[in-house]
Design a protein around this ligand. Sequence first.
Ligand SMILES: NC(=O)c1ccc[n+]([C@@H]2O[C@H](COP(=O)([O-])OP(=O)(O)OC[C@H]3O[C@@H](n4cnc5c(N)ncnc54)[C@H](OP(=O)(O)O)[C@@H]3O)[C@@H](O)[C@H]2O)c1
Length: 330
Amino acid sequence: MEYRAFVVSELNDGAFSGELKTLNQENLPAGEVTIKVAYSSLNYKDALSFSGNKGVTRNFPHTPGIDAVGEVIHCEDASFVVGDKVLVIGYDLGMNTPGGFGEIIRVPQKWVMKLPADMSEKHSMAWGTAGFTAALCINKLIHNGLLAESGPVLVSGASGGVGSIAIMLLSKLGFEVHALTRKADQAEFFKDLGANKVVALDEFLDQGKRPLLKPVYSAAVDVAGGEVLATMLKAIQYGGSIACCGLVDSTSLNTTVLPFILRGVNLLGVDSVELPLADKQEVWGKMASSWSLPGLLAQCQVIKPEQLSDSLKTILDGKVKGRFILEQNK
Ligand SMILES: NC(=O)c1ccc[n+]([C@@H]2O[C@H](COP(=O)([O-])OP(=O)(O)OC[C@H]3O[C@@H](n4cnc5c(N)ncnc54)[C@H](OP(=O)(O)O)[C@@H]3O)[C@@H](O)[C@H]2O)c1
């Protein structure tokens, strides 16, 4: 049976380009569960795959899309029945396995979870990997002792997927949140998300080369790495923590041990991809209930497959505000 998918190919000149193609389900990889995708969402990693980044996707042509929600149309074992609404987030989906930018995916059963009962398909993709990662970061900070009264929490990449949802969730949970951004002129946007203060990234980085700064923040969520993370480490209060999940600035980290040995700062790694399914389900359960963000859809732009190339370029250019949800043609 045929289906449509957004396929990224390498051109003769070494550049990469995506177009909608009609493919045959017979060519999908082996896997117990076949899913008709209703929605996907656009993440930074999808943009990297679209750009031909071999660290994300080794072989092209390829269909990106690290998130997918939809309906089971075939299951080879008893874990799901036809019609079940399910969610696939991370693992190899969209990296080297054809992803949610296709109308059909086929995946191993161990990657698939039931859509939480109180969450719509569209809302799950408003969260997507970005929102799930924001929730994982906050979950980890709280498990490491973060309390609302501890002081402000700093969030980098504040206008992006992870950053914007981290701000919304921290605000909902009663934390004072400071948005660290290159778009400091757009204060209204950050205020609407729930930020109490906007910190311009260039000014933050410009605080000199001192080994430690005034310890303003109780904690931070960092999507940037590099100089951003190195500077954050200097500004965390005694015993505070940073949840480190991204690399939009750099994969490098040039720091000293001083924040760790003089202030007992904790650097916490966060991975949303290979986390065991049971742990994923636990956090998705919170996202569907006590951590739910009813205003999230309002921060998302719903696009059609025809708009994928332009939207992915917006992400690559760092011009994104909020999230893109992909609605498959129905
Ligand atoms: N560990 C995990 O499991 C996991 C899961 C999801 C995402 N991630 C990673 O988290 C990062 C963010 O993902 P996302 O989906 O939020 O991406 P996104 O939607 O593209 O947002 C990234 C934001 O970072 C800021 N930014 C962009 N380039 C920058 C630079 N050179 N220096 C400093 N800031 C920059 C921009 O915000 P401002 O203009 O507001 O500063 C941009 O909106 C990526 O590295 C992604 O791979 C990791």
